[in-house]
Design a protein. Structure first.
Length: 298
């Protein structure tokens, strides 16, 4: 379908961002997060990713991601991606310093490299993607590159204190993201608090579920009425978990609606060293849909 083809870049970009999610925490000692994420589309395995994240005592972090398509998806295109980011986590927001992405295996090279200064893009190089209708995209101006965060740093969420780590303060915010080509907003709204029961080597504990609204700003082609309706009704939620006993949270699970079903990206391995997993005094398990102010039990 035409709508499916024209929306594929947005879904792929969001899914890639979901796999690249890593957090940071202003801890007093070095903290490392190692996680494996698996992506499933309507129950079929389509991608997997390995994440590593290192954080200094002052909140400076470095993250790296390796991802690849698997299963039936690999038969249609054997693609892989490498991404890295560096920045600083501080109360209230995350400041990006660098971001790099390289996607391999496609018909056209997809490489992006950015540096940041003071929350704005300082330098940018990106390969030109010669896609149909590229000249119809809404231009990205210098203003669109100010006050933004990269796609990895966008999912590092900080709250005023560790006591706020399981409250609506986690969600109620708008993330201004620039991926090197497209400027978009992710509006987070509180949905529910739940309990994750992970297996050995994974995370078990409380999580906050945020419903997410995706709003393209620049670098995209104007939407048709049918596309706009799809975007408005898009199912998109993020399950945030605290990193140790800190005021920082990162996603454990991301759910994105597509015309082929739900794309779910969840951690099969989630290990934190240098910081213990925080335990919440008040734990609540909810069942249902985030749009109905509740969520399924993991």
């Amino acid at each position: 379908m035409a709508v499916s083809r024209r929306l594929s870049y947005r879904r792929a970009a969001l899914a890639g961002a979901a796999l690249a999610v890593l957090g940071s925490t202003p801890a007093l000692a070095q903290t490392r997060v190692v996680a494996n994420y698996d992506a499933n589309l309507s129950g079929f395995s389509v991608a997997s990713g390995e994440l590593s994240f290192d954080l200094s005592g002052g909140g400076d972090y470095q993250a790296s991601l390796g991802a690849r398509v698997v299963g039936f998806a690999a038969m249609m295109g054997n693609r892989s991606a490498q991404a890295s980011a560096a920045g600083k986590a501080q109360p209230g927001n995350t400041l990006s310093r660098s971001y790099a992405l390289a996607v391999n295996g496609g018909p056209i090279a997809n490489v992006v490299s950015m540096t940041f200064a003071g929350g704005s893009v300082a330098s940018l190089t990106a390969t030109e993607l010669r896609t149909a209708g590229a000249d119809q995209r809404i231009p990205v101006t210098a203003q669109h590159k100010r006050g933004v965060v990269d796609p990895l740093g966008a999912f590092v969420v900080t709250v005023p204190s560790a006591n706020d780590a399981l409250t609506p303060k986690v969600c109620n915010r708008t993330l201004k993201v620039f991926d090197g080509r497209v400027r978009y907003d992710l509006r987070l709204v509180y949905g529910a608090k739940t309990e994750i029961r992970g297996g050995a080597g994974s995370y078990s504990g409380p999580a906050v579920i945020c419903s997410v609204g995706y709003r393209p700003i620049a670098g995209f082609r104007p939407l048709s009425p049918e596309q706009a309706r799809f975007e408005r009704n898009l199912e998109f939620s993020i399950w945030f978990v605290p990193v140790g006993q800190t005021n920082v949270l990162i996603p454990y699970k991301v759910v994105i609606g597509t015309q082929m079903g739900l794309l779910t990206v969840a951690a099969s391995r989630f290990e934190v060293t240098g910081s213990r997993t925080a335990e919440a005094a008040d734990r609540t398990t909810v069942v249902g849909s985030v749009r109905g102010k509740s969520a399924e039990r993991n």
